[in-house]
Design a binder for this molecule. Sequence first.
Ligand code: SAM
Length: 305
Amino acid sequence: MTTVTGAQDFRTPGLARLARRVIPTKHAVLTAEDACSAYFTDAEALEVKQRVHDRYRTNPKALHDHLLEALALRGTEELLDLGCGNAFVLERLRPHLAAGHITGLDIAPAMLEAARRRMAGVATPCDWVEGSADSLQAFTDDDFDRVMCVYTAHYVADLTTLFAEARRVLRPGGRFLLTTDQPDSMVEMYDVHLRALRAAGGPAHLAKASPKARISLANGRRLLAPHFDRVRVLEWQDQLQFASVDPFMDFYRASYHCSASAGPAAALPALLDALESHVAAAVRQVIGERGYFAVTKFSGTLICS
Ligand SMILES: C[S@@+](CC[C@H](N)C(=O)[O-])C[C@H]1O[C@@H](n2cnc3c(N)ncnc32)[C@H](O)[C@@H]1O
């Protein structure tokens, strides 16, 4: 069963055509070493991305509102968040778990430090665990009422173990939530980025692979079905609309650094400068013609029980 929520349908034939032309289909796998040393060293980049997303979205519901719908909390649950990042989402869920317990797990120490700082002093007990989402030996069977993995599964090397372990640590009657995108989500950003990469003469391997091709809303149900009795999908759309270039550039820069869409930017400072000036020019042109630059998101949560 698929439920679609959201006020507006942003799918258009033009966007679908663009996606067919632009979205990479090859898979990229991030190693644990890359995740810690190159991609997720900067909790600030994730924070920028989250704040810009929240400010420029047109769906009245924020990410945590969609998650709350899927989590169906009573307030007493034990929640495990796999890839908790800087706890931006957990902070917003926490009032709904006032008598519960939160465990945040992340592979990157910088993210866990930011999460710890953000949640310091809240009365809901929180534990922070450094580790990979496909290695949950720290937890015993049936430890949690809810396990969630939000915009993180595509970075995890062993998806089969991730799903089997999520099932194992979940109590009977519990729920596992996997939040991800459709492969054609944010196609407008891929388009300006990949055009800039060609214009700047960037290496071709940076254009060919997206980690999201491994797991997305398109194949998630099939991958999860062997591990759970029931998999439902709650989908939503959103469109970020930027009427000026700078906030989009903040979003683009943060995405480039932390979404691993095209390789570690830190290794290529000169290329990064060139990319940014090509992208800014393309976005400025669209804003001049249309009034705003749109980034359309096709997102959702696979709810497994
Ligand atoms: C895009 S962020 C999402 C953070 C958070 N779930 C949110 O939605 O705001 C992805 C997070 O996954 C973490 N991560 C990447 N690979 C991981 C792995 N194998 N196991 C656990 N966390 C991982 C990163 O450090 C980063 O904090």
